[in-house]
Design a protein around this ligand. Structure first.
Ligand code: FES
Ligand code: FES
Length: 160
């Protein structure tokens, strides 16, 4: 067994210092060590986007990131965006537009969109679809997800 390494990370505004195996994936660290199971794991090789989190404010695949790489980082997971009683804005838009069915892909989409609303042009449906192209959904056909993002993009534009 390899020597465990101490890391300190901020997750959803809370600081954690933990010993981790150098080979532990960030997705496993979040789910198994911190109990944050809102981050889902689908393909485990960077294709589906289900495991997307925000790492220092930008979307990242937690299945392609080692926990030790995040020492000192600021991480946000879907649990940090809202609660069942008080959904975050992106979550609410998904609900309003029926942007989910089984919900497996949803946390990854919500985290990606949170990043894209800050850093990506979403003025056209093509731009929205391109921004979402790294996330795979097996259920929705994407149409309702695009509708949710279109509303969020319009809302963002009205604040500019
Ligand atoms: S589980 Fe990470 S991209 Fe699929
Ligand atoms: S809602 Fe089922 S995979 Fe997207």
């Amino acid at each position: 067994m390899s020597k465990r390494v101490s890391i300190t990370v901020s997750v959803n505004g809370q600081s954690y210092t933990q010993l981790v195996e150098p080979r532990m994936l960030l997705s496993d660290f979040l789910r198994h060590e911190l109990g944050l199971t809102g981050t889902h794991v689908g393909c485990e090789h960077g294709v589906c986007g289900a495991c997307t989190i925000l790492l220092d404010g930008r979307s990242a695949r937690s299945c392609l990131t080692l926990a030790v790489q995040t020492d000192g980082a600021d991480i946000q997971t879907v649990e940090g965006l809202g609660t069942i009683e008080h959904l975050g804005r992106v979550q609410q838009a998904f609900r309003d537009h029926h942007g989910l069915q089984c919900g497996f892909c949803t946390p990854g989409f919500v985290m990606t969109i949170t990043d894209m609303l800050l850093h990506h042009s979403l003025d056209t449906d093509d731009e929205i679809r391109e921004a979402l192209s790294g996330n795979i959904c097996r259920c929705t056909g994407y149409e309702h997800i695009v509708n949710a993002v279109r509303e969020l993009a319009r809302e963002r534009a009205s604040f500019k």
